[in-house]
Design a binder for this molecule. Structure first.
Ligand code: ADP
Ligand code: MG
Length: 255
């Protein structure tokens, strides 16, 4: 659609048996934005996210990422190109410290296989120092310094969410997809999380695409907000405009 769309979804459809989950849907996420995606249960939000992230291949339509057609690419290929999605800290990482968790993020090491094996130990060492420094920067940015040597499994729900966010900062992301990142986080920590998403956006230039049920969080963070219903985009604009649209509010959110 637009010139500076990081993600451009074009006429995408996905059916599950007889059910059309996403119906000829087009939308885009502009570089530098925090774009929200809302809509009632069953609207097709998660299916659309899974299509964008490469977890589901659409029946028709295209997904452009940074101007390139990436329809049908696998999640790890998209990851390498800078499309990141947060994931819950996996069980096996809960016995590692917060700092170690950040250092586990796979990096791209182009050409490493070409390096003579006798050189490799030194390179790996250099890389480890560099990765550690980056992880400490991320910890600092997220103000998690006081828990950096705590086991991830012992962190609070909100701290774990911050750590998940931190992992996206360990690699060069062009866009970060957040799927209900606020679920199960209490109000105080939610404020922290939102503030950090805002700082990543404003200070570091990250672009976010966010599915969220918490309307206050969406209203605070996102512009624009895209409304989906029955597999289609039905509205897009600032949250104040969406809230002021009586037809949308009544039909999809109950007045
Ligand atoms: P939302 O995230 O907006 O709640 P979803 O994308 O999860 O919506 O679901 C859209 C529709 O597609 C729903 O009717 C849902 O039941 C259906 N659906 C989603 N995933 C599958 C699947 N893997 N198999 C069958 N139906 C699915
Ligand atoms: Mg969903």
């Amino acid at each position: 659609m637009s010139f500076d769309a990081v993600i451009d979804v074009r006429n995408v459809s996905k059916r599950f048996g007889g059910l059309t989950a996403v119906n000829n849907c087009s939308l885009s996420v502009q570089r530098g934005s925090i774009t929200g995606l809302i809509g009632p249960n069953g609207a097709g939000k998660s299916t659309l996210f899974n299509i964008v992230a490469g977890n589901i291949v659409p029946d028709s339509g295209q997904v452009l990422f940074d101007g390139q057609d990436v329809t049908g690419l696998a999640p790890h290929q998209l990851f390498r190109q800078g499309m990141l999605r947060t994931f819950q800290i996996a069980h096996e990482f809960s016995n590692m410290t917060a700092l170690e968790n950040l250092m586990m993020v796979p990096g791209d090491q182009p050409g490493e296989s070409l390096v003579d094996s006798w050189l490799r130990p030194r390179l790996v060492k250099a890389r480890e120092t560099e990765v550690r420094k980056k992880a400490l920067d991320v910890i600092d940015f997220l103000k998690l310094g006081h828990v950096r040597n705590e086991l991830a499994g012992n962190l609070s729900g909100g701290q774990k969410k911050l750590l998940e966010l931190g992992r996206t900062m360990m690699v060069d992301a062009k866009v970060v997809l957040l799927d209900e990142v606020a679920a199960g986080v209490n109000k105080t920590l939610l404020h922290d999380l939102a503030a950090n998403i805002e700082r990543m956006n404003k200070e570091l230039g990250y672009t976010f695409f966010v599915i969220e049920h918490d309307m206050d969080l969406i209203g605070r963070l996102c512009d624009p907000v895209i409304v989906m219903a029955q597999g289609e985009k039905i509205a897009e604009g600032p949250m104040s405009e969406i809230r002021a649209n009586a037809a949308i509010v009544e039909a999809y959110f109950g007045s």
